[in-house]
Design a protein around this ligand. Structure first.
Ligand code: AQP
Length: 323
């Protein structure tokens, strides 16, 4: 059965292995079987401090990442959230049916408000409502995301249920799709998830050079005192497994028998990442020379997305009794 897939990422910095293995890699695979819509969620990125002058560049960088990873405008709709203002219109409507208590439970809000103490704004709090609008505007029924976003997809489902109950059946109740590598951790602090906004030493960017990748993996915390349960070792295994299951199996056996040398594991993990990122980095360099074509792809994508969005909003406005 064909599903309608929607997902997005924020233009908040360089994409990293967590973004790729948890989400982007499966987006690429899903395009062949399903109807897919992929968004650059720039309005979400405004919920933390940012430099407006740098935003256009960040959006372009993210578009380059999407395309270099293999998102294909012939197969999927690829666009920028702010180009389709229906997203914020639907978010407002969802604001009016979402209880404050449910927003207060959101782990991401708790983490981000601790991380950005000086800027705990209402947008950060209502972030999951805009995300629900992103998804439901297209009546998507599957959302491929990393584990950190599952709670938000559950909230999207709750919002769909509430809307349907109050105003009659309109939206599907979407479910997340997770990969095996749904939670990749920071190499420097493997108790924290790899994150764009935590800073350079906490992530391996898809654009990092071979030398930088080697350096980051060599200095990854493994804390051998915790043996097989060490979060750092688990993380290295998870990364290797996502790229090369057989190699991971071999090292896991060595680990069990006590013969594993962490330096060997790290060398293989680093080389595997470098090998897999090389074609991505090459495609990205080629695309950098074609920024006009990239801009065109995003404009066409917005046209296609807006046609669907307008249809949903006509139905929604009628149902809520405003037009
Ligand atoms: N460490 C991770 N492991 C697996 N998946 C991950 N994702 C993020 N980090 C990991 C998934 O990547 C997508 C990116 O979503 P986003 O850009 O909206 O922001 P995020 O989830 O908050 O990701 P970051 O990298 O941590 O960004 P910042 O630092 O800007 O908040 C989502 O599908 C996410 O699950």
């Amino acid at each position: 059965m064909k599903n309608l897939i929607f997902s997005g990422m924020q233009p908040t910095g360089a994409l990293h292995l967590g973004n790729y293995l948890g989400a982007l890699k499966q987006w690429v695979d899903l395009q062949d079987e399903h109807n897919c819509i992929f968004c650059i969620v720039d309005y979400h990125a405004m919920t933390i401090d940012y430099n407006p002058k740098k935003m256009p560049e960040r959006i372009t960088e993210l578009a380059l990442d999407y395309l270099a990873a293999g998102l294909d405008p012939e197969k999927s709709i690829i666009f920028i959230q702010s180009h389709v203002p229906e997203h914020t219109e639907l978010a407002w409507i969802f604001n009016t049916i979402t209880p404050l208590g449910e927003l207060e439970r959101m782990t991401q809000f708790k983490e981000k408000s601790a991380q950005h103490r000086k800027n705990v704004n209402a947008g950060l709090f209502t972030y999951p409502i805009l995300q629900a609008a992103d998804i439901l505007l297209y009546k998507a029924d599957r959302v491929p995301v990393g584990e950190d976003q599952v709670q938000h997809v559950e909230m999207t489902r709750d919002i769909a249920k509430k809307f349907n109950k109050k105003f009659n059946k309109t939206f599907p109740e979407p479910k997340p799709i997770l990969t095996e590598a749904a939670r990749i951790m920071s190499p420097t602090d493997p108790t924290k998830k790899m994150s764009k906004s935590l800073g350079d030493k906490h992530y391996i960017a898809l654009t990092d050079s071979a030398d930088v990748i080697r350096k980051k993996i060599r200095s990854a915390v493994t804390d051998t005192s915790q043996g097989a349960d060490s979060p750092g070792v688990k993380n290295l295994f998870a990364i290797l497994e996502a790229f090369d299951e057989d190699a991971a199996k071999g090292f896991k056996m060595e680990h069990k028998s006590g013969s594993l040398k962490y330096s060997d594991l790290k060398d293989v993990v680093a080389n595997t990442i470098i090998g897999h990122l090389a074609p991505f980095q090459e495609r990205r360099r080629e695309l950098e020379a074609e920024k006009e074509r990239v801009a065109e792809i995003l404009i066409n994508g917005a046209d296609q997305a807006q046609k669907i969005a307008q249809k949903t909003m006509q139905e929604v406005r009628k149902k809520i009794g405003v037009r």
